[in-house]
Design a protein around this ligand. Sequence first.
Ligand SMILES: Cc1cc2nc3c(=O)[nH]c(=O)nc-3n(C[C@H](O)[C@H](O)[C@H](O)COP(=O)(O)OP(=O)(O)OC[C@H]3O[C@@H](n4cnc5c(N)ncnc54)[C@H](O)[C@@H]3O)c2cc1C
Length: 288
Amino acid sequence: MAGIESYKAARSLEEATEILRAGNVTLLAGGTDLMPQTRAGRVKFQPLLLNLRRVPELQGIAEQGGTVRIGALVTITELMESALVRERLNLLWQSCDHFASDQIRNAATVGGNLCNASPAGDTLVPLLALDARAVLASKPNGSLTLRRVPLAEFFLGPGRTCKTPQELVTSVEVPLPPPDFKGEFYKHGTRPGLDISAISIAAGARLEGKLLRHARVAFGAVAPTPIRAPKTEAALEGRAADAATFDAAARTALEEIHPISDVRATDWYRRELVANMLKRVLSHVCQL
Ligand SMILES: Cc1cc2nc3c(=O)[nH]c(=O)nc-3n(C[C@H](O)[C@H](O)[C@H](O)COP(=O)(O)OP(=O)(O)OC[C@H]3O[C@@H](n4cnc5c(N)ncnc54)[C@H](O)[C@@H]3O)c2cc1C
């Protein structure tokens, strides 16, 4: 592994952030993005490779005061095995069910998915829809400092986030949606499984009588970052859960997305998928 001069496995958050403060560090979690990217020459290793896997503060899934804290090192398999995630953050759980293969899910972490910042990252779309925030840790003045960034502000472009090289992600915090909130994650790839999204959608709401409340919509692979769709949400909020509302939401969504043509799909096809599949997802959510 060219470029690596030394390797450390931190055993605490204090130790990991202290090492990061010195600079010239590559962080390693599951390695499922880092290893293929360095082998392909797209990413260069810094002189020090810092393994995070033994940092206990980055582990675990727990609910406190209406917020679920998911440690950065939690794997996709662990998310899938969590009853809390399955029952209360089902939108996120569904995205894990579409994520790669068992081998990758066993190693891939939620923190790695966040920091890789792919516009098509599967957990990012439901996490955006669920108002999640990233918790970042660093030691700017020698003492441990945390800052919280809403995911809607975390992603800056493909592979780019607002995280500084001296920071690491400790966790993602997700406020619990209302108990009657229902959501659906949809992923379209050229193959039915084991594929990167051509587009993805996370959408949900709860029904108050026939009216939509708490409308949440986010898209993947239709812009330089995964995106939340506030105008589409506004086209749903407080409206009747019917075909006319879903048509209006789909038209609004087309104003919010900026897809490109690439090896996975043309921009035209991505637009067709978003408009048609958003309507289908919404009708499933409302059981129409
Ligand atoms: C065959 C294959 C299939 C895949 N399928 C999918 C898929 O279906 N859906 C999908 O979304 N992705 C997929 N991926 C991509 C990858 O598995 C995910 O993005 C995964 O979540 C990355 O997590 P990781 O722990 O392996 O990250 P790593 O590879 O260890 O790290 C990724 C990046 O994040 C940084 N990093 C990791 N943890 C932290 C932290 N706590 N703080 C700061 N920086 C950190 C690393 O330095 C690196 O730059 C696939 C990859 C492969 C190889």
